[in-house]
Design a protein around this ligand. Structure first.
Ligand SMILES: Nc1ncnc2c1ncn2[C@@H]1O[C@H](COP(=O)(O)OP(=O)(O)O)[C@@H](O)[C@H]1O
Ligand SMILES: [Mg+2]
Length: 128
């Protein structure tokens, strides 16, 4: 079977009731994702989109019904409101995510500075 005809994820009769409030948020959901599909979930505020995604991501395991991944597939989840480290500035958090670029810039600066030193520009080996 071609990969794009392959179902890699299914929800089978999934329901969820919030324990504290006894509010039913999801009721008997059936859905399947084909490999490579790009899917959006739309709905009013409070209609249960985030709840559904947390169940798909495996972060919420208190539901009725079944969630099935095809063997060899897993899920990645980018939360709407990520937990950031309180001890860091926003800039530090962003830099951490692009650390390889920060490192490359630091290395570039270091090499650039050496070009200006006689110790380097007067010594072919060091220049190389
Ligand atoms: N931890 C919770 N405690 C109480 N109610 C919740 C909780 N999580 C979600 N709900 C309720 O479940 C419903 C769906 O919420 P949610 O999945 O966040 O909706 P959406 O992402 O579509 O805006 C809302 O009515 C919300 O108030
Ligand atoms: Mg939401």
């Amino acid at each position: 079977m071609a990969d794009d005809k392959k179902i890699i994820f299914s929800m089978v009769g999934v329901s969820k009731t919030i324990q504290q409030t006894q509010k039913q948020v999801l009721k008997n959901i059936y859905l399947s994702f084909f490999y490579g599909a790009k899917i959006g979930i739309i709905g009013l505020n409070g209609s249960g989109k985030s709840t559904l995604l947390k169940i798909i991501a495996g972060l919420d395991q208190s539901y009725q019904g079944n969630v099935v991944f095809a063997p060899g597939y897993s899920v990645g989840y980018l939360p709407q409101e990520p937990q950031l480290d309180d001890d860091k500035t926003v800039c530090q958090v962003v830099e951490e995510g692009v650390q390889y670029i920060v490192d490359a810039l630091a290395e570039y600066e270091e090499i650039n500075n050496k070009f200006g030193l006689p110790e380097y520009y007067e010594n072919e080996d060091k220049m190389n």
